[in-house]
Write a protein that binds this ligand. Sequence first.
Ligand code: CTP
Ligand code: ZN
Length: 154
Amino acid sequence: MNGDEELRVSKIKSGTVIDHITGGQALNVLAILDIDGNNGETVSVGMNVPSDRLGRKDIVKVEGRELSQDEVDVLSLIAPAATINIVRDFDVIDKSRVERPERVFGVLDCPNRNCVTTENEPIDTHFEVLDDGVRCAYCETIIRDDIADHIQVE
Ligand code: CTP
Ligand code: ZN
């Protein structure tokens, strides 16, 4: 049902609606999209909105913006049930579920200080995506619960 949620976050004219985000992850989604409010983008956020499918969900609506595949890949790690809705002229013209990639390069930092990727050499990080986390391909350190804390910042 749409009704409940429409009362909380109004429809957008054109842009991207990231729906069915795991409850509590909206601020991490904004971080992945590099949205901190200082670029003038119009953004609406709903947190812990009731959802039939998830119980509670977060939702992020960004006007005038589409997401890159890299951004969607990282999103899938913290919000595996998210749907990406592309909106034009108030209509949803495309809807897709995020898919967890098999591996991600250069988007997460390895927590192991002795890992070759955390030394000063210019080696891109490489993590294999597991069912319940990600594993560094270099040192095999596994990140499970706090993936969002290891997202690389430029
Ligand atoms: N949406 C929006 N602005 C629009 C159109 C849609 O913000 N102009 C939002 C809706 O509020 C909803 C999401 O985009 O959160 C998907 O819209 P829609 O496909 O119409 O809703 P549902 O059928 O409920 O989607 P789903 O089946 O994916 O739950
Ligand atoms: Zn490592």
